[in-house]
Ligand binder design. Structure first.
Ligand code: SF4
Length: 378
């Protein structure tokens, strides 16, 4: 099984915290050329996935909801003509509340194979949305969800951000209550990070805003876990929660090191041996593809890279590190070193062991990044 990620790098404006690659210019001509380039890249990468069956397709961004139904279908048809697609395909489409309306969603439902929506809600407070420079307001978020449900989508994920400047525990709790009232199937909740190159980062450096303190961060993460649990959402990855049978297959495959092919400017690919990333420039991407060259750089993963990636991705999931898999896949010297490290961590109460799986305890989840980096083999 394999996955395909398609990056649509256009946004009407830039959100103040976002470091994903996107351009704020967009005209019909560029979008049309970009859609053609994506199809051409499929031809150029036809052997990349070694004939593996496609289990997931994910349109992310940027803003995929700037595409018309015809454009989405022309990309899907090209994938369908080029690869074998699983009958149980999960086809996710990211959308922003301000871009979608009932008519568009009904067309997506009736005329495309999209069966999962991921909607960037971020907050139900207009002051937070304004601070983040989101283009929608809280009412539009709720309407977008109701319209998606009315259109017949029954696998919908929403994104929320916590740890925003001055965010109180009460405000975060209210956001989660508003989210769970909407009766969605999946939640991705991210703590705000200040990525260099973003306006938030600049404001942090200029002291125009300040980070919330660590205790408040921990409190908000705790609230998140409690609320999710009381609403029967399973915490299956540090930032992801879903009802049974509604975990994101596409993202789970990333964490399980399944091969995927990324198409479009800035998209990443992984074939089990190498990681590859396309150029982060729409115009250069388009012209290179039409010269039959994939504009990308590659990194061949060493055994150590693969081991550290395994530790990082598996410890973020609720299943954790499968020690039998580790023993069978990596060098004996490296695995014994990691085993020793893991066993030391058992005593700290940050890691637990069930059968041959090592996973983070609730206490460990609060400081997952620190624990994971301490375990890296170097
Ligand atoms: S958060 Fe989404 S909508 Fe906002 S700039 Fe980033 S990609 Fe675009």
């Amino acid at each position: 099984m394999a996955g395909i990620y398609i990056h649509i790098p256009f946004c009407k404006s830039k959100c103040n915290y976002c470091d994903f690659y996107s351009e704020t210019f967009q005209n019909k001509n560029t979008t049309e050329k970009y859609v053609l380039a994506l199809q051409k890249e499929i031809d150029l990468r036809i052997d990349y996935l070694d004939n593996y069956k496609i289990e997931t397709i994910y349109f992310g961004g940027g803003t995929p909801s700037v595409l018309s139904v015809n454009q989405i279908n022309s990309i899907f048809d090209k994938i369908n003509d080029s690869f074998e697609i699983s009958k149980n395909l999960e086809f996710t489409f990211e959308a922003n509340p301000d871009d979608i309306n009932l008519k568009y969603l009904e067309n997506l439902k009736k005329q495309t194979k999209i069966n999962r929506l991921s909607i960037g809600l971020q907050s139900f407070y207009n002051d937070d949305l304004k601070l983040m420079n989101r283009r929608h307001n809280a009412l539009q978020s709720k309407k977008a969800i109701r319209d998606a449900q009315k259109a017949g989508f029954n696998n919908i994920s929403g994104d929320l951000i916590y740890g925003l400047p001055k965010m109180t525990a009460q405000k975060w709790e209210n956001n989660l209550d508003a989210f769970f009232e909407l009766n969605l199937q999946h939640l991705s909740a991210y703590h705000l990070t200040y990525e260099s190159g973003t306006l938030f980062y600049k404001w942090l450096k200029n002291k125009k805003l300040s980070e919330i303190n660590e205790n408040n961060s921990i409190e908000q993460f705790e609230i998140l876990m409690k609320k999710a649990e009381s609403n029967n959402f399973i915490h299956y990855e540090i930032s992801n929660f879903g009802k049974t049978n509604y975990f994101s297959k596409h993202n789970s495959n990333y964490w399980n090191r399944v091969k995927y092919m990324g198409l479009g400017a800035s998209a990443h690919s992984y074939n089990g041996k190498e990681r590859e990333w396309n150029i982060t420039n729409v115009n250069k991407y388009i012209s290179s593809i039409f010269e039959n060259k994939i504009p990308s750089e590659k990194e061949i993963l060493s055994a150590q890279d693969k081991l550290n990636e395994y530790i990082m991705t598996s410890l973020r999931t609720s299943a954790g590190i499968d020690f039998d898999y580790m023993k069978n896949s990596f060098d004996k010297k490296e695995t014994s070193f990691i085993e020793k490290q893991l066993n030391n961590k058992l005593e700290t109460g940050f890691i637990q062991k069930t059968n041959n799986f090592y996973s983070l305890t609730k206490k460990g989840k609060f400081i997952s990044d620190a624990i994971i980096s301490e375990l890296f083999y170097c």
